[in-house]
Design a binder for this molecule. Structure first.
Ligand code: ADP
Ligand code: MG
Length: 480
């Protein structure tokens, strides 16, 4: 397959994800691969027969449309099952599986249609609707949020924000929550929104960064930008999700104004992003420092116990709509043990089992579970390494201070560690050269490039340095 095809395929997947949402995507498409594109046919493979039949009957037109948006020539999607057919009894049985019922709605018992605007709980204030708040999922509340070691502090801060009364002193502003994908950021932000609006005396608005941008753009188009800004500044709590997607100079300026206006007026701002403020490269220094000026909290990976509790909660919620859905403890334990990444994949795994049990009336056995969720089990993802950690660990290792690393001193005992740290920042993070330069005392990107080249060169000639760097990498990547 050519690079071009691979790239196109990534864009198709991106479109699909944007259309169906992250949760649905990880339920059904996480394990879908491109095998080949012949003239008019895109050949895709999935790991199980069940996935094939589910996608075939529910999503194949969507997938085709996403293809056609990227490449006119494709007229057909062909789905195959990837693994060599295992002749287990279960596989045979699924040969005469009934055609899946299209009307069963599994992913969202209170589907998207009924979130906001439709049959949504009447408690969400009109502020959220009026300003075009992003859709809220009725399941993402504090009641369904499971507490564990990795999220206790963040949860407490979110609670505090949600229960504050109008006129209360704002304790942390902004509250800035960061964590990797699927670790509960959106859940907490929406929980704040539901809880905050429930009393009716506070206006809480939840927006994704994309929605925030869209709101401004359309207000500008309709020439009511001023009214929009006024309305925006009249809310009590503004929750902005996925801030890493905020782009463009104008948008930054608007965001910065809104942020400042709200904070100065004593209104609460809550932000979620996939990285700490210092790593939001697209934002300028003033915004970054304003963001870091409140409370910054991080949520770590979900521990096994937490995963188990989340699963149990999800299963009992599903059983309200599908009473026949029984998942033996052994299966729950298996999923909690093997899907270690994030809450989204846990949900994806359950959605598949639920669909399977509804449609085939098969009991959910360990064997079925192993087969159906296999492709969601991924190898341990490398830990997110932060530039701060690199600086701290390198400084400790070479017995210099962090400020030495950032300083302009050029003595040999600081130059080498500084170069090592920049090299590690380039190789272990996704940060750009200018960004790394900025984080190392405002250096130019050419200085960083020079350091990286220098260390690369030395690595070939100095085995001792290679060992040192290996050791540092291990320290940085070991979760403890
Ligand atoms: P993020 O926004 O950080 O990518 P989400 O908030 O969308 O992640 O969480 C992904 C899924 O995992 C959601 O279905 C969410 O309800 C679930 N989840 C994550 N953390 C928890 C938790 N502590 N308790 C209950 N569900 C959780
Ligand atoms: Mg999210």
């Amino acid at each position: 397959m050519t690079n071009l095809e691979q790239e196109r395929w990534s864009r198709v997947k991106g479109r699909l994800k944007a259309e169906v949402g992250d949760d649905v995507y990880s339920s059904w498409f996480a394990g879908m691969d491109l095998e080949a594109v012949d003239k008019h046919t895109a050949r895709l493979s999935v790991p199980t027969r069940f996935l094939k039949s589910w996608i075939q009957s529910h999503y194949v037109d969507r997938v085709l449309r996403c293809w056609q948006a990227e490449s006119q020539g494709v007229e057909r999607i062909e789905l195959t099952v990837r693994t060599a057919a295992v002749k287990s009894p279960a596989t045979k049985r699924s040969d005469n599986q009934p055609e899946p019922l299209r009307e069963i709605k599994l992913e969202r018992p209170n589907g998207a249609e009924s979130r906001i605007g439709g049959g949504a709980p009447a408690t969400v204030s009109s502020a959220h609707d009026m300003l075009g708040g992003s859709p809220l999922d009725p399941r993402l509340t504090f009641e369904t949020f499971v507490l564990g070691r990795s999220n206790a502090l963040t949860h407490a801060a979110a609670r505090q924000v949600a229960t504050a009364r109008p006129g209360d002193l704002v304790m942390f502003n902004p509250l800035y929550i960061h964590a990797g994908v699927g670790l509960g950021k959106t859940h907490l932000l929406q929980a704040i929104t539901w809880a905050g609006n429930a009393g009716g005396n506070r206006k809480v608005l939840y927006l994704t960064a994309e929605r925030f941008m869209y709101g401004f753009v359309s207000a500008l188009k309709n020439q009511n930008a001023i009214a929009y800004k006024e309305a925006m500044r009249n809310i009590d709590v503004l929750a902005i999700d996925d801030l890493q997607f905020l782009t463009g100079k104008n948008m930054q300026a608007e965001f910065c104004h809104t942020l400042n206006a709200l904070i100065d007026a004593g209104r609460q701002v809550v932000i979620a992003a996939d990285r700490p403020p210092a790593d939001l490269e697209a934002l300028d220094d003033r915004v970054r420092s304003r963001l870091a000026g409140g409370l910054v909290v991080e949520m770590g990976p979900l521990g096994e116990e937490l995963r188990l509790e989340i699963l149990k909660g999800r299963i009992s919620a599903a059983r309200q709509y599908h009473p026949g859905f029984e998942v033996p403890e052994g299966v729950v334990g298996y999923i909690a043990r093997s899907i270690t990444h994030n809450g989204r994949d846990l949900e994806g795994a359950l959605n598949r089992l639920l669909a399977l049990s509804k449609l085939t009336a098969q009991p959910v056995t360990l064997e079925v579970a192993e087969r159906e969720v296999r492709d969601l089990i991924r190898p341990q993802e490398p830990r997110r390494v932060k530039i701060e950690d690199i600086q701290r660990i390198v400084a400790r290792q070479y017995n210099v201070s962090r400020s030495d690393l950032l300083s302009s001193r050029r003595t040999a005992n600081v130059v080498r560690p500084r170069q090592v740290a920049m090299y590690l920042a380039k190789t272990l993070t996704l940060r750009s050269l200018p960004e790394i330069g900025r984080r190392f005392g405002g250096r130019d990107h050419t200085t960083v490039l020079h350091a990286v080249r220098k260390i690369e060169h030395l690595l070939g000639n100095e085995p001792a340095l290679a060992d040192e760097i290996e050791a540092l990498k291990r320290m940085l990547q070991d979760p403890n």
